[in-house]
Design a protein around this ligand. Structure first.
Ligand code: ATP
Ligand code: ZN
Length: 212
């Protein structure tokens, strides 16, 4: 029988909860030592372990049929894929933060500022809608240290507890997006793949219901 290929994060913040979701759906897997891919023992599912950043592209190309990834990444990458279900974990927000010492009252205070982020598209859209002119500097990691080393005046990054911001002398001032993990799919699944996905979604919804 055909199998459905699901992409999940290889390691990182979404890994444990993605594995737990499979388990809660009574899908049994053995994770091998190389951890590149594995096949479920009692469900027609093949699991691919990938970097989260690569998952949206793989879903667009059909290398994976479905995948678990943060809404933040999906909206930033703007691939042609479909969101099927929100999953209730990986909750965070994409927020703008400024140095604690800066007096901040309103969004216009960001006009003319240099902002460091890994989310240039979402940040640009946020500013354009509000007629703010900010200079966006795209950096791929450790965004929170940018103001401290003089690379930018402020940042836009993912926040959950806020402790990373606090430790870097920053304060959160605006929310650009609320995010959580979602199940997304390739646009053109064949009929068998579609049936398997619907079975999986049925179980996911039952798990979500049981938790509420
Ligand atoms: P990878 O090695 O797969 O590229 P990464 O370092 O880019 O991993 P993680 O930090 O593991 O990614 O975050 C993965 C996702 O977890 C984020 O895209 C986001 O949706 C979610 N997330 C939840 N809380 C946070 C947080 N406080 N900081 C960053 N991401 C968070
Ligand atoms: Zn990543």
């Amino acid at each position: 029988m055909n199998k459905l290929k699901i992409a999940i994060q290889k390691s990182g913040r979404l890994y444990e909860d993605s594995i737990k979701l499979l388990k809660d759906c009574s899908i049994e897997i053995n994770i091998g030592i190389d951890k590149l891919k594995t096949t479920a023992l009692n469900f027609p599912l093949e699991i691919l372990f990938l970097r989260d950043d690569d998952i949206p592209q793989y879903l667009e190309d059909g290398v994976a049929d479905i995948g678990i990834v943060g809404k933040n990444l999906l909206l930033e990458k703007r691939k042609r894929i479909k969101i099927k279900e929100t999953l209730g974990f990986g909750k965070c927000r994409l927020s703008i933060a400024v140095p604690k010492s800066l007096s901040y009252n309103k969004i216009q205070d960001l006009d003319g500022k240099r902002i460091a982020t890994s989310y240039p598209f979402l940040v640009r859209e946020f500013f354009e809608k509000r007629y703010i002119n900010a200079e966006i500097h795209e950096i791929s990691g450790a965004v929170e240290i940018a103001p401290g080393i003089g690379l930018a005046d402020c940042i836009c990054d993912l926040v959950s507890s806020g402790s990373t911001l606090f430790m870097n002398g920053l304060k959160e001032v605006e929310t650009v997006l609320q995010s959580e993990a979602v199940l997304a799919s390739h646009l053109h699944l064949d009929s068998t793949q579609h049936i398997i996905m619907e079975k999986f979604l049925f179980r996911i919804r039952a798990v979500k219901k049981a938790k509420n």
